[in-house]
Design a protein around this ligand. Structure first.
Ligand code: SF4
Length: 462
């Protein structure tokens, strides 16, 4: 059992204190935007209050849309790139099959669950607008209403001549700025990329809308400042592929990933005029044997980190994540996660698992148990058989498998006291962030269930 004596729910208090001004500004932006009733954005509407039944339905819809994909008719694409936010494929291309037009990045369900759009023109799910209301249908029958996310104003501003800010750092979900510090992954240089990933093949077909691969310090600074000045963001996620170490002129080994990440963090610190910024860094496990770099990284401004193991089973890990297995190795990866938890404290370290791909449920749950015992947040991503991988014509398990598995994962997290982290520590635990995982929604559902139960008890006692 982890020591969760530090603050209210794994350092939430500390994060909320540090970033109180940023959070307040976002809350004001959120209210002003969703309750504006602006006739130019008729599909931007406020959410409904969450209920246990409503959230359970939204979890099932989200799982289904991530597994089956969704198709759009023209009515649901009107206003994209103009008043509603477009997809900008900031890391991978998650769509199923090719597409040649702009899609929304995500869809908002009535109680604010967010679904990443994975277009699949063969899907039984359709998004359409009828009588001014955006709907999701399955096999032609109404299932649920949905809404668009407004396009931030900073998207169209210039970070430098001819480069709009969306291509430097777009927004994910309702409140997260994302920046892909490395659009290439060097495991691929030796044909050792993870088998489920399309980071390198997707570069060729997403070059017009993907983030630009080389950004200047100035572009990052200007974009971060404009985005946070607008108030439409609360926190930041930095992510990218693996970058190898190199020897500099003095013969020192330099961690290229750290070098890039820290230069982005410096630009962002300057933009926000503070040392503590709400930034979560997803990177590969640092390679230095004694892992001292983790402490350095924290000192220089990373607020929280994730080293994604992807697969728990050692044999499957070696086979399907050959780059990670050969360069760092599974034991070193786990040790890096442990050291990071000692350095950052539980509540600021996490790892992703790719679920529904190859790993049996029992082994996945064993991994979640180990992570939870160490105070590490497990994020189970819903696998998509994406283009550019050898699995592009495969299918993920049914939505019901993911709905059932996420309950078991959240039971384990809660058993060890690993409830939702603060978004600055783990954006993917936040239901506003829209990651292709059900964990944020299930943790939110449990919270709402507890609140409903408490209210019932109070009523009965009155
Ligand atoms: S580490 Fe694996 S999942 Fe991440 S970008 Fe590289 S190949 Fe893809």
């Amino acid at each position: 059992m982890i020591d969760s004596s530090n603050g209210n729910n794994l350092q939430r208090k500390e994060a909320q204190g540090l970033f109180a001004d940023i959070n307040k500004k976002w809350e004001e932006w959120y209210k002003a935007t969703y309750w504006a009733d602006d006739p130019t954005t008729p599909l931007v509407k406020p959410p409904l209050d969450p209920t246990p039944e409503g959230l359970e339905k939204e979890i099932w819809v989200k799982a289904s849309l991530l597994v089956d994909g969704i198709t759009f008719d023209e009515s649901a694409l009107e206003g994209i790139c103009d008043v509603y936010r477009e997809q900008s494929r900031w890391l991978f291309d998650w769509n199923i099959g090719e597409h040649r037009y702009y899609l929304p990045e995500e869809l908002l369900l009535p109680m604010d669950s967010i679904v990443q759009v994975r277009e699949n023109r063969d899907s039984r799910w359709l998004c359409t607008v009828e009588d001014g209301i955006m709907l999701i249908k399955r096999d032609g029958k109404f299932v649920i209403e949905c809404r668009h996310i407004p396009r931030p104003k900073y998207y169209s501003q210039e970070a430098s001549p001819d480069i709009i800010m969306r291509r430097i750092a777009p927004k994910r979900g309702q409140d997260c700025l994302v920046l892909n510090y490395a659009t290439f992954c060097m495991y691929w240089a030796n044909n050792n990329g993870c088998d489920f990933c399309n980071i390198v093949p997707n570069i060729s077909w997403t070059k017009d809308d993907l983030q630009v691969s080389k950004r200047s310090y100035e572009q990052i600074l200007k974009t971060t400042k404009a985005a946070f000045d607008e108030g439409c963001l609360k926190h930041i996620l930095l992510t990218g592929g693996y970058l190898n170490q190199y020897k500099n002129k003095s013969g020192e080994i330099v961690d290229r990933e750290d070098e890039m990440i820290l230069s982005v963090i410096r630009a962002m610190q300057e933009a926000l005029q503070r040392d503590d910024i709400p930034v979560n860094v997803i990177r590969t496990a640092p390679e230095d044997k004694d892992l001292k770099s983790i402490e350095e990284h924290k000192k220089k401004g990373a607020f929280s980190v994730a080293y994604n193991l992807e697969i728990w089973d050692p044999i499957l890990f070696d086979k399907y994540c050959p780059g990670k297995a050969k360069v760092q190795g599974r034991d070193h990866w786990l040790r890096a996660l442990e050291v990071a938890t000692e350095v950052y404290g539980p509540g600021r370290v996490s790892t992703h698992f790719v679920t529904g791909f190859i790993e049996p449920e029992a082994s996945l749950l064993e991994g979640v148990e180990w992570m939870s015992e160490h105070g590490i947040g497990s994020i189970p991503l819903i696998w998509s058989p994406v283009e550019g991988t050898r699995y592009s014509n495969f299918r993920a398990p049914k939505a019901e498998w993911f709905v059932d598995t996420i309950k078991k994962i959240v039971d384990i997290r809660l058993k060890h006291g690993v409830d939702a982290f603060d978004p600055a520590a783990l954006p993917n635990d936040c239901h506003l962030c829209g990651m292709p995982s059900l964990v944020a929604e299930e943790l939110r559902l449990r919270k709402v269930q507890r609140e409903f139960e408490a209210k019932k008890k109070m009523k009965a006692a009155a």
